[in-house]
Design a protein around this ligand. Structure first.
Ligand code: NAI
Length: 329
């Protein structure tokens, strides 16, 4: 069984090699991403393994199918980059539904603490023996209201972390969980009452640009917005406008609408051509990380174990229904 592994990074390989050892699964790592230009690399393989910024549109799916590939294993939770309608009846798709909700929720809190208390700037200042506190005034998280959109695995861990800080938690979910112990409200009420809003829902047609000029207009002046979910949950232009007008006090972004062109690559020697990304990074009250919320040892180990298991079970004729992506999921 030969697996073509796209967008491979050095931190992926040890875990996958360890899990695949002596299983009969042979992994070939390609640094390039899967897209219409690179799909031919998958010819001769039995399956492909992809990540968040690989492009698995209808054209790619049809090519993979023509090569005899019947399996896509995603080594992530989100599957918005896979055209599931195109896969229907042709290629089966499996993902890693949960690998460490703690990794993502803890990163969301790390971003919030950083932007609020400016620790990233303090670190650079004191390295230069600049001990001024100018511009470093934050606010207590204690007593503030955090609005959590999407109360699945990650949203709930983030809620628990926020409760530990003594924050008031408001929640919105399309499918609220009665057993979560959370206080649910409408999306508009959450926008209006929250000092901090954190996004933990999937990207769907319904949630695309959930944060836009209209929703920002409803929010409290000075609101902090955290997005560790998917970039297109936010209309970036509207966010930039909201920050310029000082309606939005701060933004913590682990994901970005057009991140596929940049994230995970070193552009430090280039003039970055994406004006919106450059504008965001230039703002003192915005922190951008490169879709790294998942990146803990525990998460990587779980991702490798589940992905290899998904591939092996499929080839053994006992596919794991719990990790299979279907159109309805
Ligand atoms: P989950 O499936 O456990 O929870 C998602 C929640 O969103 C569910 O409770 C669901 O009912 C809710 N939801 C669905 N549609 C909604 C809507 N229209 N409005 C409000 N809520 C809605 O997913 P999990 O594991 O908590 O992950 C959440 C998201 O985090 C993923 O979809 C993924 O995009 C993102 N993620 C980001 C990572 C990173 O490294 N930055 C890593 C892993 C996941």
């Amino acid at each position: 069984m030969k697996l073509a592994f796209f967008d491979a990074k050095t931190y992926d390989m040890p875990g996958f090699d360890a899990c695949a050892k002596d299983t009969g699964l042979e992994i070939k790592y390609f640094e390039t991403r899967l897209n219409e230009d690179t799909v031919s690399l998958a010819s001769g393989f039995d399956a492909v393994c992809v990540f968040v910024n690989d492009t698995v549109n209808a054209a790619v799916v049809n090519k993979l199918y023509s090569y005899g590939i019947r399996l896509i294993v995603l080594r992530c939770a989100g599957f918005n980059n896979v055209d599931m309608a195109a896969c229907q009846g042709k290629i089966r798709v499996f993902r890693v539904p949960a690998y460490s909700p703690h990794a993502v929720a803890e990163h969301a809190m790390a971003l919030l603490l950083t932007i609020n208390r400016r620790t990233h700037k303090a670190y650079i200042r004191t390295r230069d023996f600049n001990f001024s506190l100018q511009g470093f005034v934050g606010f207590d998280l204690y007593g503030k209201t955090v609005g959590i959109v999407g109360t699945g695995k990650i949203g709930r861990v983030f809620a628990d972390i926020c409760k530990g800080f003594g924050m008031q938690v408001l929640a919105y979910d399309k499918f609220p969980s009665p057993d979560s112990g959370l206080t649910y409200t409408t999306l508009n009420d959450l926008f209006e009452r929250s000092d901090i809003i954190s996004l933990h829902c999937p990207l769907t047609e319904e949630t695309r640009h959930l944060i836009n000029a209209d929703s920002i207009a409803r929010m409290k002046k000075g609101v902090t917005i955290i997005n560790t979910s998917r970039g297109a949950l936010i209309n970036t232009e509207d966010l930039i406008q909201g920050i310029k007008e000082k309606k939005v006090g701060a933004a913590c972004l682990d994901v970005y609408e057009e991140e596929g062109d940049f994230f995970y690559e070193d552009y430090s020697g280039h003039v970055v051509q994406d004006d919106k990304l450059v504008r965001l990074i230039a703002m003192p009250n915005v922190i951008v990380s490169s879709h790294q919320a998942f990146l803990t040892k525990e998460a990587l180990d779980n991702i490798a174990a589940t992905t290899v298991d998904n591939a092996l079970k499929f080839f053994q004729g006992t596919p794991n229904q719990a990790t299979e992506v279907t159109i309805s999921k």
